[in-house]
Design a protein around this ligand. Structure first.
Ligand SMILES: [Zn+2]
Length: 320
């Protein structure tokens, strides 16, 4: 706060230093890079300094994101925790340097159709490493969250999520995921494929029932049109695609793909729910209250369908 106050009260004018060179140094030091605002009276009268790298505006019952934050090109850390923010504007995705975003204890889930467009921002999707959305009454997460291609830490505790998008498995950098105190019925098996190191899924319901068994026991239809075959080739080879080079429907098909238990893309939403134990995810450090949880499995081929049946039988043997 010292830096902040010296900025807004323009203390440099009071400087009694008469040496020109020392004035230059002072001027450089005064440019604030960190600002904490816990009270309305602490907002700078001249607006937020453009030199800010860290900004904390917490506990003020803010209902929306201030527009002047959008022009802070050097901002790497932004905390707006403990406010009442209901939406993030799409332009937020253009912040060029943002690495850590803390939005815990806000109201993003109050809007039944929250606009997650900011996640697709060409800048934020490249730079964001930490995202904290705890305590937002969120019922759902968008599949597009995988666009955060450098995300390392994702915190979703204390929401009302009953599922997670399998697209999380497409974030190869994701290492820490915390989804404690939600209503999760299952987690996507795809989390096994993204290099996750730490997973907190404590205090969730987890359905005790396995579902999708009607398909499991009978013929599983694998639909492979030419479009699907081409789309799989694009995804498997990690070819870049964008709305300016592909029709919108194809971009949506590619964006919304799921991940098979083998790690390959799946282009439909048919899935099976399987009861499992954490030893099947042995590379991940778990925080788990119950001794079992359920996973959502997508299947890409008859071969993987067979594998699914084998590991299911394997688990049954383990559990007896
Ligand atoms: Zn597969």
């Amino acid at each position: 706060m010292g830096l902040h106050k010296s900025c807004i009260t323009d203390e440099t004018k009071d400087s009694t230093v008469c040496n020109l060179s020392s004035i230059a140094v002072k001027s450089k030091d005064v440019a604030p890079t960190k600002l904490t605002i816990n009270n309305w009276s602490e907002f700078p009268a001249k607006g937020l300094p453009h030199t800010l790298k860290s900004l904390y505006i917490e506990g003020l019952k803010l209902c929306s994101l201030r527009q002047d934050i959008l022009s802070l090109n050097h901002l790497t850390l932004l905390s707006l925790s403990n406010n009442e923010i209901e939406k993030i504007p799409p332009e937020f995705g253009n912040l060029p340097s943002l690495r850590e975003l803390y939005l815990s204890n806000n109201s993003l889930g109050l809007n039944k159709n929250p606009n997650w467009q900011w996640l697709l921002g060409i800048q934020v999707s490249k730079t964001l490493k930490v995202l904290d959305l705890c305590g937002n009454k969120l019922e759902d997460l968008p599949k597009s969250i995988w666009k955060l291609q450098n995300l390392i830490t994702l915190k979703l505790d204390n929401n009302i999520l009953n599922k997670l998008p399998s697209s999380l498995g497409r974030i190869s950098t994701l290492r820490y995921l915390s989804v404690s105190k939600n209503n999760l019925q299952y987690i996507p098996y795809s989390l096994k494929h993204c290099g996750l190191e730490h997973l907190d899924i404590s205090l969730n319901d987890f359905t005790p029932e396995e579902t999708g068994l009607q398909q499991y026991g009978t013929q599983w239809e694998f639909y492979n049109s030419l479009v699907h075959i081409a789309a799989k080739a694009v995804l498997e080879n990690k070819l870049s695609y964008a709305p300016n080079i592909l029709p919108k429907t194809l971009v949506e098909l590619l964006d919304n793909s799921n991940i098979c238990i083998c790690g390959k893309p799946v282009l439909d939403d048919k899935c099976l729910i399987k009861k499992t134990r954490f030893n099947e995810f042995s590379s991940i450090s778990f925080i788990l209250v119950k001794d079992f949880f359920t996973v959502q499995c997508f299947i890409c081929s008859p071969k993987c369908h067979y594998y699914f049946r084998v590991i299911r039988i394997y688990n049954l043997i383990l559990n007896t």
